[in-house]
Design a protein around this ligand. Sequence first.
Ligand SMILES: Cc1ncc(COP(=O)(O)O)c(C=O)c1O
Length: 403
Amino acid sequence: MQYLGDQCVKLGKMAMQIANHAKHFEDALALLSGRVTEPLALSRRQAMQGLLLGAAGITLSPASVAQIEIPPGQIRLIFNENPYGPSPKALAEVSRILPLTAYYPDDIEGELIQLFMARHRLDRRQLFLASGSNEGLQAAMIAFGKQGKVLSPSLTYSDHLLYAENLGVEVERVSLRDDMSIDLDAIARAVDDSVSLVYLCNPNNPTGMAIDGDELRSFCREVSTKVPIMIDEAYNELTDKPDYTSMMDLVREGANMLVTRTFSKIFGMAGLRVGYGMGHPDIVKVVRDHVMAWPNGVGLYAAYHSYLDEDFIAFSRQKILQGREMVNATFRRHGIEPLASQTNFVYANIGRNADTFAAAMAEKNVMIRGIYKGYDTYSRVSMGRIEELAIFDKVFGEVYASG
Ligand SMILES: Cc1ncc(COP(=O)(O)O)c(C=O)c1O
């Protein structure tokens, strides 16, 4: 009897805890989903804790959430993240499986791949998953870089290029045109027997500029007969015409190509590390053989539910485009014409040293990107929340006025 009584007391306590956690959980979801913006009664860290508390009934120390913790008051417009993510539906789903993560993931990999197969009309051999698209890019660099040079534009996303160079791969960089667009003619001319892969990023980072879909299509049709082409479409969902700008139609036709995509941008899941690639089965096989990490099940599960959350995708895109207009307007108000961005960041020639400028902005708690080698006076500003971009506008004005 004593035992039963104890169990009843325990159950009662658990019920109360669950009720409290459920409240934390609701508040956390509301804040993290971006639907609640002010007043901010709950910090992001508290919200994340609340989410985890609600999910698993455990308390986390601040150190355990350090990976996603942003110092209070800091506005982070530096890494092309999307603070409106992850999708609230995905967060709710993930919270259900967190307590089960003692076990290796089940077939979520296959389920997610099925979604991509259906959406893009591909077969299984044309797809791979990676721990962030960066892992796929790195794997491709190593796989193809062993056989010859990698060609890339001189100013582009380059984490994977640097990684490959560190491991002995030769990367040849082709200058941009004067208008900062990627010079497809010069790249086509540079292709010879010593080249094993062409890497292009469309839209490009850090310029934000997209290559016209048909211009790129005819380049790919011609050049892919000589060498495999990899197109990094990390920002495709944010372009004016995603289908037109994407090279997925050529992949479907069986071209000698690979397209990579990510859940880090429009889906706002950079911390969960999920990316994927779609391409010719022979290329996919080679890349898959070089991918090192076993994608994490929680990330894949979140990706699965984000991919299906169309309301969130539309909401996320709308916020990013609204923010982009705000940042463009900030630059223009100071007589600066930004490059035409089709991404979640804006690149502009501010006419002064971009590192010094970024340091002065950082002193006022607004983080923006400084110099990319060779472009000393260009700053890159990533999208934040709308209210953060209003603060960016004010701080930019103050720092710019102070010379
Ligand atoms: C063009 C481009 N490709 C790939 C990546 C890496 O993204 P992921 O988080 O999927 O590794 C980035 C990140 O900023 C990027 O800008």
